[in-house]
Design a protein around this ligand. Structure first.
Ligand code: PLP
Length: 348
């Protein structure tokens, strides 16, 4: 029965979308495949808010993050770190031989764009790295102020748990590169990374010495994927973009905000803390702080015993928190069912 699985990724996949994966294989450079690429393109462009092509990689989201970082020319980058995934971006950049400055914010907060602007004025960075939606805490970093703060320096955005649940507006915000993974608000099985880049960013990528082979963004600049694509996942994508288009992206964003709001109201009623500060809360994932002595793992287990799955706290928040992924194809009705189970689990 759909509506029981609320981990902040991978998320529950609609049965029709899962069923689409069993179609027979086709030639990935043949007409049928090209027709499929053309069918999925408009919705993907809308999700990223771009007129640029959206590329897909047979990788988890991190592959698409790494491809963006590898495309940067050699030099120093500024990494915004307000949680585990921001720190992961910084580490990827270090692995790709960049010197990395970090600008940090406490867990549940966002990085101050003015502080970013000051750093960018003082140092000739080749890139600014930011997580749109910090899944470990449920904090949403608004992208326009960041892009403005980065100015001429390319802004590389991990929107793995943001895309399709919150707007990215790549073109309007002047973002150089943004990417996501299939298993979050797009509500597909895991295994696809998606990426969109501005023309200017791709021109700059020619100066990179670290593009690698499989993750070389420039290799993806052609009308069919450079490597054999994950066809069953593309079949699922084909089915899912039709569903996303039928709902409408604006309505999808509104549904995500409504589901998030329900969980925040519930937390207030129950006297639970919310890790993300008011004003920067994510529409796709919320991290809740439990009353002691109830621990995160114990609460997750109590909810599981009631037929629902929620996520544990991440990293340092593991012991005292749990997370709800209210994203993808979940609805206000399914969230209501979950919150009843959570009520029960709390009072047990
Ligand atoms: N970045 C963010 C914000 C995430 O939420 C995740 C996964 O939860 C990742 C990166 C890593 O993505 P993947 O496991 O798809 O490589």
């Amino acid at each position: 029965m759909f509506g029981r699985f609320f981990v902040p990724g991978p998320v529950e996949v609609h049965p029709d979308v899962l069923a689409a994966m069993t179609r027979p294989m086709l030639h990935h450079r043949g007409k049928e495949a090209r027709d499929l690429y053309a069918r999925v393109a408009p919705t993907l462009r809308e999700v990223f808010g771009t007129s640029r092509p959206v590329r897909f990689l047979a990788s988890s989201g991190t592959g698409a993050v790494e491809a963006g970082i590898r495309a940067l020319p050699p030099g120093r980058v500024l990494a915004l770190v307000n949680g585990a995934f921001g720190e992961r971006m910084a580490r990827i950049a270090e692995t790709c031989h960049h010197e990395v400055d970090r600008i940090e914010a406490p867990l549940g907060r966002i990085v101050d764009p003015d502080a970013v602007a000051a750093k960018v004025r003082a140092t000739p960075y080749v890139g600014v790295l930011a997580v749109h939606n910090e899944t470990s805490t449920g904090a949403l970093q608004p992208l326009l102020p960041l892009a403005r703060a980065a100015g001429e320096v390319p802004l590389v955005v991990d929107s793995i748990s943001g895309a399709a649940g919150a707007p990215i507006d790549l073109d309007a915000n002047g973002i150089a590169y943004a990417c996501t993974g299939s298993q979050k608000a797009l509500a597909l099985p895991p295994g696809l990374g998606f990426a969109a880049a501005s023309e200017r960013f791709l021109a700059l990528a020619r100066q990179s010495t670290e593009r690698g082979f499989y993750l070389d963004l420039l290799a993806y600049e052609r009308d069919t994927p450079p490597f054999t694509p994950a066809l069953p996942l593309l079949y699922a994508l084909d089915a899912q973009v039709a569903r996303i288009a039928a709902e409408g992206l604006k309505a999808r964003f509104a549904r995500h905000r409504a589901m998030a709001g329900m969980t925040w109201d519930w937390a207030v009623r129950k006297g639970l803390g919310i890790t993300a500060a008011e004003g920067c809360r994510s529409p796709t994932v919320t991290c809740f702080e439990l009353p002691q002595p109830l621990t995160g793992p114990e609460f997750v287990e109590r909810v599981r015993a009631r037929g629902y799955v929620v996520g544990g706290g991440y990293g340092p928040l593991k012991e005292r928190c749990f997370r709800i992924g209210h994203m993808g194809d979940q609805t206000e009705a399914t969230v209501e069912g979950l919150l009843h189970a959570c009520d029960d689990a709390l009072s047990a």
